[in-house]
Design a protein around this ligand. Structure first.
Ligand SMILES: Nc1nc2c(ncn2[C@@H]2O[C@H](COP(=O)(O)OP(=O)(O)OP(=O)(O)O)[C@@H](O)[C@H]2O)c(=O)[nH]1
Length: 530
């Protein structure tokens, strides 16, 4: 059972109970039993499951509930709170500080995802303004340095390593000294993994620790080990003194819930979780956000963080929109911004209720179509890109040339231009609408981002979404809340195998998130024309 299935099962158990007209103690007991069975199947330790069961039952004491009390809410809240408790390590992790070198050392068994996670983390900090770099002190596995080099080059992260030096302690020391001199702020040291030779692994860890004096040591654990993660994180905590953990492969692991709860039980902070093989598939672990997402309630704060960290270039488009203009180039820029956000299914998981609506959606198909649209734009001349697209109506032969140049069909070029035309029409209307968006932003709590988020969470709760509530909020209500009004839309997204966001206007959402840019119309109320 992958994590998503675990979430769906728990969600279904709670929803079935709270929807049923017969909300009595017997039905409540059956719900608790179903939740516990689902957790045990996800390899959560039986003792932890038993204490969750006791805690939920204690909080929802049917005999003592006052007659006027909303039982549904009490049950939902108790389940949510206890699941958060189950994965909460209750311990704060180290956070790097700007303007000084922060050395972070990685350890882990072979194949746990250590090298991949090192690069993901370096990129994560780099995207947040830290001058980051990587040191490869894995002299044990042939090819380890090459792998790190490849990953680092792809992510544009400076790296250090040696093909000739066999002493990992020496390489680690040299690399850290070099980068400290160059005033790097986050220096990540990758060490070698061992195959089930924990004693060797910990010995080497202690030696490198003494040489580079890391500010934090992170152990990487593969989620598929399930509750065995407890023994490993305990052994690590004992040898390292103090450290944090990254749990990788939570995307596919049946036992992800087991691994996370097992580590949490040892009170070792879980700093991040790996959610895929891509460089961007690293999420900061926060118990509340994790459980909200697991239960399909979304993670709006995570979405805001994610979008802001991408540093999307929206300046020109925003300027154009303010003037009521939307060029073909603007469309191209927005398409590439969508691509930067990562798999659409992942984005959907952060928006309350949306992942349920996207069930079965094929990410690959969606991104292939997006890429083909970008190829079409890239085969146009600068003059065509900066135009309103009408040049093609006057010269249909250009459409054929562009189709040839991009390896697509004339039909696809036509479709893209139709989409662009509709979006340009929308942009014209948005000239006044920009003010409305700002007004909507004001309604959400003014200029302060924290207040806006709080207001948004409150609105979601009132719709039965995030926070105490459970289940998917009404997407139309959400859309209204975002001030989209259904006017924005990338017509035909549904037809492209892209998610139709149920009329939700991502532009308004992005704008409201204060990311400094709107994404006109992605996934709005438009319907495919084909
Ligand atoms: N699905 C998924 N795959 C991951 C994740 N993290 C790492 N991987 C994959 O796991 C495999 C092993 O990752 P590595 O980074 O090479 O592992 P390592 O721990 O450095 O291995 P050694 O250098 O041999 O110790 C690679 O194929 C990665 O792409 C994740 O979060 N999700």
């Amino acid at each position: 059972m992958v994590l998503q299935d675990l979430g769906r099962r728990i969600n279904a158990a709670v929803s079935d109970l709270t929807r049923s007209s017969n909300l009595d103690e017997k039905a409540f007991d059956a719900m608790v039993k179903e939740i516990c069975n689902a957790l045990v199947e996800a390899d959560v330790n039986i003792k932890l499951v038993a204490s969750l069961r006791t805690a939920i039952k204690r909080k929802v004491n049917f005999k003592e509930l006052a007659p006027g009390v909303n039982k549904k809410r009490v049950i939902q809240k108790a389940v949510y709170d206890e699941l958060v408790e189950l994965v909460n390590p209750h311990d704060k992790a180290f956070t790097p500080k700007k303007g000084k070198p922060n050395v972070i050392m990685f350890v882990g068994l072979q194949g746990s995802g250590k090298t991949t996670s090192c690069t993901k983390l370096a990129r994560w900090y780099q995207a947040r303004g830290f001058k980051s770099c990587l040191v490869c002190a894995d002299t044990f596995r042939a090819g380890a340095f090459d792998q790190l080099k490849q990953n680092a080059t792809k992510a544009k992260i400076p790296y250090y390593g040696s093909l000739t030096q066999t002493d990992p302690v020496a390489v680690a020391r040299e690399g850290v000294d070099k980068f400290k001199k160059e005033r790097f702020e986050v220096i990540i040291v990758d060490t070698s993994g061992r195959h089930r030779q924990e004693a060797d692994l910990f010995n080497e860890m202690v030696q490198i620790q003494e040489a580079v004096k890391p500010d934090d040591t992170i152990m990487v654990l593969d989620a598929s080990i399930g509750q065995q993660a407890e023994a490993q994180s305990r052994a690590f905590k004992d040898s390292a003194g103090f450290g944090s953990i990254i749990i990788t492969k939570t995307d596919g692991a049946a036992a992800g819930g087991g691994a996370i709860s097992a580590v949490a039980a040892t009170r070792t902070p879980i700093v991040f979780i790996g959610t895929g093989e891509h460089m961007l598939d690293l999420e900061r672990f926060q118990p509340q956000a994790f459980i909200s997402k697991l239960l399909g309630m979304g993670d709006m704060a995570g979405l805001v963080e994610h979008v802001q960290s991408l540093k999307l270039d929206q300046k020109d488009t925003m300027k154009h929109l303010a003037e009521g203009v939307f060029t073909v180039r603007d469309l191209r820029d927005q398409l590439s911004n969508i691509m930067k956000m990562g798999p659409l299914s992942k984005m959907a998981g952060m928006i309350p209720g949306l992942s349920n609506m996207m069930g079965g959606m094929d990410d690959e198909e969606g991104s292939l179509k997006l890429r083909r649209m970008i190829y079409i734009c890239d085969s146009m001349t600068d003059k065509e890109l900066d135009s309103d697209g009408k040049v093609f109506t006057d010269q249909p032969a250009r459409m054929t040339r562009v189709a040839h140049g991009s390896g697509t069909s004339v039909r696809e070029v036509e479709d893209l231009l139709t989409q662009h035309r509709m979006m340009a029409g929308m942009a014209k209307k948005m000239k006044g609408g920009m003010a409305n968006m700002q007004k909507a932003q004001g309604v959400m709590g003014g200029g302060n981002k924290a207040q806006q988020m709080a207001a948004m969470q409150k609105r979601l709760q009132s719709m039965g979404g995030a926070g105490a509530g459970r289940g998917a909020p009404d997407m139309n209500a959400l859309m209204k809340m975002f001030g989209g009004g259904g006017s924005g839309g990338m017509p035909g997204m549904g037809g492209m195998g892209m998610p139709d966001l149920g009329g939700m206007d991502m532009g308004s959402l992005m704008k409201m998130m204060g990311g400094g840019g709107g994404m006109p119309g992605m996934g709005g109320g438009g319907r495919g024309r084909r």
